[in-house]
Design a protein around this ligand. Structure first.
Ligand SMILES: Nc1ncnc2c1ncn2[C@@H]1O[C@H](COP(=O)(O)OP(=O)(O)OP(=O)(O)O)[C@@H](O)[C@H]1O
Ligand SMILES: [Mg+2]
Length: 276
């Protein structure tokens, strides 16, 4: 009886199934080639101005590096984009149409903004491949999981992502047995399972060996184009190896913006950040 009810419910014509909703909401409007607009953003914590009239524009498919001294507001900026922190003033738009300041954290994740924190948060006691599957299951309804054709697509996506993150050979190993660098890549892979349009990556090179850094640079570079990527990083060699355009934050605002050479030769940047 119960299953009959479930069946009837499933057959209802007015039902909107999650798997019929396109992954990219139709209203992510990129007609001006800009995926993220932050304008006049300010936020203070107990009177301390962490972000101060910040203006930042990220192009569709761009890979942008953000650098700046400790406390410059880089992580806070990511908190604002992802809905973790509400700014006191300013505006934040995803494409032309989506007002991020009207959405909460899960909604922002669901419209295609993925964030990787510094510390990897993989499921250590599950194989690599399960981690990727779990990342997908996380935000899909039960019907998606039960639909054979979608599972085939999922398999395909998992293979694709394993290839992108270079962990094909490790797919059956427990995530806990991976090196620090491999865990970071797996976590990027878990984000990719949800196919975000914009990826925020905070200090990906921290704690990595030189070789792992090189692989990470390749990985992030390969994501640009299909995705827009914002990378916050302190390691200047790493930034140089991936950077196209660099934004320097200082005291919560943009101090300089340009190519790596331009910002490294900027007198103000040298004084506040690169001097030492
Ligand atoms: N939730 C909060 N409550 C109080 N102060 C905060 C909060 N979040 C950030 N801050 C303060 O805002 C300033 C900016 O911090 P933020 O973490 O954004 O800097 P950052 O550029 O990411 O620095 P780092 O390079 O060290 O990671 C710091 O002085 C920090 O102490
Ligand atoms: Mg930070």
């Amino acid at each position: 009886m119960k299953s009959l009810d479930a069946m009837r419910n499933f057959m209802r014509r007015d039902q909107v199934f999650e798997f019929l909703i396109p992954d990219t909401p139709p209203d992510l409007d990129l007609t001006h080639g800009i995926i993220l607009y932050l304008e006049g953003i300010s936020v203070s914590f107990d009177g301390f101005q962490a972000i101060n009239n910040l203006n930042l524009y990220i192009g569709d498919g761009e890979l942008r590096c953000i650098i700046g001294p400790n406390g410059a507001g880089k992580t806070t900026m990511m908190d604002i984009i992802t809905g973790k922190t509400a700014p006191d003033s300013g505006s934040a738009w995803f494409g032309q149409q989506i007002n991020l300041l009207k959405m909460d954290e899960p909604e922002i994740a669901a419209i295609g903004i993925g964030r990787k924190f510094q510390k990897p948060t993989v499921f250590e006691f599950h194989p690599v491949i399960d981690n990727l599957e779990l990342a997908l299951a996380g935000n899909k309804g039960v019907w998606t999981v039960l639909t054979a054709r979608l599972r085939e697509q999922e398999r395909h996506r998992i293979d694709e992502v394993l290839k992108i993150i270079g962990l094909q050979e490790e797919s059956t190993r427990l995530a806990g047995a991976l090196s620090h660098g491999q865990k970071q890549w797996l976590e990027i892979g878990m984000l990719l399972m949800q196919n975000p349009k914009l990826l925020l990556v905070d200090e990906p090179a921290a704690g990595m060996t030189h070789q792992e850094m090189e692989r990470t640079a390749e990985l992030l570079t390969s994501l640009a184009g299909d995705h827009s990527v914002i990378v916050v990083e302190h390691d200047m060699d790493f930034v140089r190896s991936i950077a196209n355009k660099v934004t320097v934050l200082h005291q919560g605002t943009v101090l300089a913006e340009g190519t790596m050479d331009e910002v490294q030769n900027n007198q103000q940047v040298i004084e506040v950040y690169l001097g030492g």
